[in-house]
Design a protein around this ligand. Structure first.
Ligand code: C5P
Length: 319
């Protein structure tokens, strides 16, 4: 059976990846750049429903609120939005779409279906203009990594991609989630452009994710995986899925688990080919996808043809 078919069934291991990706994973394990010291147990064999309830119980979407050092002393309580992310929409959203940036979404004609959701989440610099037929044109929220804020190529200050949407930024912090250490040495310094953007656009909801939230997700992925996963933060895609599960009644995820259109084309908007974009090198992406596959409530046929996974929101299910 093909790798794709095995992925749809949740029956893959890193040994099935190409040697280059396996080598990259090993190197990340030995480098352990973020100082991960996992204290839990691996390979807990939860069913999809149990895993969902574990996530619901433990995941707390936390953003920097300016109350902790060093942010408190730097006046960040005045920099961050007054309304926390979780309280922006008091009743949450009904149905939500999470649109992955994978090349496989090209020629999907999913645009109208995606736009029919109450809220649509997109990632980083993924455009809609010129791709409406396949990805839609509605954007409610964008999750951006710290490189978007710091790399001039992305024109974070000017680009319309980052206007009129809720922005949620993140940066890989040390596993200890020590905010003082992180503030002094972020992966990319998102703090300065964040404060500048907040000053210029005080009415735009714009948050920085708390490292505790990110590493909490990592712990849960590792606890539920037999192999040692890359000691690096989960991908923006997985982070986004969990944020939407906490804000929506139902979450429809597109081209995270690849459809029959699977391709090494990294992004639908960029002519760059690398299997790592879909299967992971830095991020524990393959393992994230196996957990999402385990929780999928959608039809097999929707997974094959649309690359679509359906997940209930946390409020929609009693555990
Ligand atoms: O590359 P980028 O992080 O901007 O893409 C957004 C998310 O989409 C990724 O974090 C990953 O979860 C998902 N993705 C994917 N397969 C691809 C490209 C992106 O699953 N080929």
């Amino acid at each position: 059976k093909s790798f794709l078919y095995k992925l749809w069934k949740g029956d893959v291991s890193s040994k099935m990846l190409n040697p280059r990706l396996q080598k990259a994973m090993k190197d990340y394990l030995s480098t352990n750049k973020h100082g991960v010291r996992f204290k839990g147990k691996r390979n807990s064999k939860l069913t999809g429903d149990q895993l969902f309830c574990e996530l619901k119980e433990r995941v707390n979407v936390k953003t920097i609120d300016g109350k902790e050092a060093p942010f408190s002393a730097l006046g960040w309580e005045k920099h961050v939005p007054q309304i926390p992310l979780g309280k922006l929409y008091t009743h949450g959203f009904g149905s939500c779409a999470v649109v992955m940036s994978a090349g496989a979404i090209l020629n999907s004609s999913l645009g109208d279906e995606i736009d029919s959701h109450d809220a649509v989440l997109r990632f980083n610099s993924a455009p809609t203009r010129g791709y409406e037929k396949d990805v839609g044109n509605k954007t409610t929220m964008r999750i951006i990594n710290s490189q978007i804020l710091t790399n001039p190529n992305h024109h974070f200050v000017d680009s319309s991609l980052y206007k009129d949407v809720i922005l949620v930024a993140w940066d890989p912090a040390p596993y200890s989630a020590n905010l003082n250490v992180w503030y002094k040495k972020p992966d990319y310094n998102l703090f300065t452009p964040y404060v500048q953007h907040r000053r210029k656009n005080p009415n735009q909801p714009f948050y920085i994710l708390h490292p505790k939230f990110i590493w909490q997700l990592w712990d849960i992925i590792q606890e539920n995986t037999k192999e040692k996963i890359q000691p690096n933060p989960p991908s923006s895609g997985f982070i986004g899925i969990l944020i939407m599960m906490s804000m929506c009644n139902e979450v429809h995820v597109y081209e995270y688990i690849p459809s029959v259109r699977q391709t090494d084309l990294c992004h639908y908007h960029e002519l760059y080919y690398d299997a790592a974009c879909t299967l992971g090198a830095y991020h524990p992406l393959l393992y994230e996808k196996l957990l999402v596959q385990r929780m999928n409530k959608g039809l097999q046929d929707d997974l094959y043809r649309k690359g679509k996974v359906i997940l209930p929101g946390f409020k929609a299910v009693k555990c």
